[in-house]
Design a protein around this ligand. Structure first.
Ligand SMILES: Nc1ncnc2c1ncn2[C@@H]1O[C@H](COP(=O)(O)OP(=O)(O)O)[C@@H](O)[C@H]1O
Ligand SMILES: [Mg+2]
Length: 438
């Protein structure tokens, strides 16, 4: 018995075609509505690039392992196979070299799959290209890792995502879309042939305008419920050397995988606090290594206080004290109390951050309250355990006596839920033919 594979001709959307034919830009980004054909574009990009540069190594990542499993390793969309099946369908003969560490080999090259919630899975040797799917949900650090892994091979990074917030995707890619080497295309969900117009209209009626614009039109909007909503561009300052006589304060967040520290200086005349150094070394360093590094940072300065950790982390504080770096426990234990103190200072615009501190700036631009099912902010913070520099910041601010008491009332809050895949169900794709090699 022979199985007949049906050949189906797909007309690429203008945005998909423009990105697939661009082999020169070092950064490609499809910022488009959900169900618009972004993940599919990633498949086609990988498959065309692998054929164009045989024998090279490639990588792709989703924000979480759960998403990798649900979107790439499996697919619930009959119109889009799993990535493995896609490579089978196009005759690349995929096989798993190592299913546990997610390394795939095809006739054209090797592919590493990873997720941004496990930074180690994104690290590794140089690659010719790196695809980040739903990168709007990833942090600056993941974007940087992809770029660094491509740098040596003059490779290309592809982002395929809807906008989620005003973080790295907006500031480092969208806002810089006219710079050389950066190629951004955007389109709406309904621009994709076959996208059900009715669900587009239903969603528009159901969702708050900002949410709809981001999810279905691929446009950046300010989401509701941002925690640091008073922190604005006027609080980001150009780097300058901190005068030696300014007092220094350091906030610390512990943890083996993601230790962090935030170095702050106070202008003695105005009382303003300047964040001037962020420390995010990654895993694998001992307390001794950290203390050596911190002492280097504050050499010649007068450090008044080091604050950090939660109430349960006295042992860690003791470990640093033993190395000659005494860290005190934050005065308030409640995260909400700590955050309110930071917000109070932000309202007064007493917090200034040097422009080169990209990670704390990103955290401030994205940290948000969880939203309820009607997209109204709740009392809970969204993923606060992954905001390490923000933790340093709120610990540190318990040290200062607040000048203003901030009440929760009337604060706007945020967060983004994790519902991003479209409910599309389409008839099956047979064989997909593509030819857009150089
Ligand atoms: N140019 C296109 N023409 C027709 N269908 C497409 C096109 N691009 C993608 N699709 C289909 O649209 C559906 C959604 O694509 P997908 O890439 O999963 O969307 P997204 O990642 O943007 O949510 C899939 O079934 C895919 O096969
Ligand atoms: Mg997708």
């Amino acid at each position: 018995m022979t199985t007949k594979t049906e050949e189906r001709v797909i007309t690429l959307l203008p945005g998909q075609a423009a990105l697939l034919t661009d082999f020169n830009a070092s950064l490609l980004a499809a910022i488009a509505g959900t169900g618009g054909g972004k993940t599919m574009l990633g498949y086609w990009w990988l498959h065309s690039r692998m054929e164009a540069y045989p024998g090279s190594t490639w990588a792709m990542a989703e924000p979480t392992y759960k998403m990798l499993d649900r979107i790439i390793l499996n697919s619930s969309d009959p119109g889009r196979p799993s990535l493995f099946e896609h490579f089978q369908q196009v005759g690349h003969h995929p096989r798993w070299i190592d299913k546990t560490s997610l390394i795939m080999e095809t006739d054209w090259g090797k592919l590493y799959l990873g997720s941004a919630d496990n930074p180690d899975s994104m690290q590794g040797a140089a690659v010719k290209g790196y695809w980040l799917d739903e990168s709007g949900q990833m942090k600056q650090l993941a974007h940087d890792t992809a770029r660094q892994r491509c740098a040596m091979m003059l490779g290309q990074v592809l982002h395929t995502t809807t906008p989620y917030n005003l973080g790295a995707l907006k500031t480092e890619i969208w806002d810089r879309r006219n710079e050389p080497g950066i190629h951004v295309e955007t389109w709406r969900s309904v621009d994709r042939p076959g996208f059900p117009r009715a669900s587009y209209d239903e969603e528009r009626a159901r969702l708050p305008a900002w949410r709809f614009a981001m999810m279905y039109d691929g446009r950046f909007e300010r989401p509701a419920g941002l925690v640091h909503d008073s922190f604005g561009p006027e609080d980001i300052v150009n780097d300058f050397p901190i005068p030696l006589q300014w007092p220094i304060y350091v906030g610390h967040d512990f943890g083996i995988a993601n230790p962090a520290a935030l170095f702050t200086a106070q202008n003695p005349t105005t009382g303003e606090l300047f964040y001037w150094h962020e420390y995010l070394p990654g895993s694998g360093k001992s307390p001794y290594d950290h203390v050596q590094a911190w002492q280097q940072v504050v050499k010649g300065y007068n450090v008044i206080a080091k604050v950090g950790g939660n109430h349960q982390e006295q042992e860690t504080r003791d470990a640093y004290t033993a190395q000659g770096w005494h860290i005190i426990e934050p005065r308030q234990r409640s995260v909400t109390e700590q955050v309110l103190r930071v917000i109070g200072q932000e309202r007064l615009h007493k917090i200034k951050v040097m422009r080169s501190l990209r990670h704390i700036i990103e955290e401030k631009q994205t940290f948000s309250y969880k939203l309820d099912e009607r997209y109204n902010p709740t009392d809970k913070f969204e993923e606060d355990q992954s905001y390490h520099l923000s933790a340093c910041e709120r610990y540190l601010h318990t040290y200062f006596t607040p000048e203003t008491v901030v009440r929760r009332d009337g604060m706007s809050r945020v967060s983004i839920s994790e519902r991003h895949e479209s409910p599309l169900r389409e008839s099956g794709v047979g064989r997909v033919s593509l030819d857009y090699r150089r």
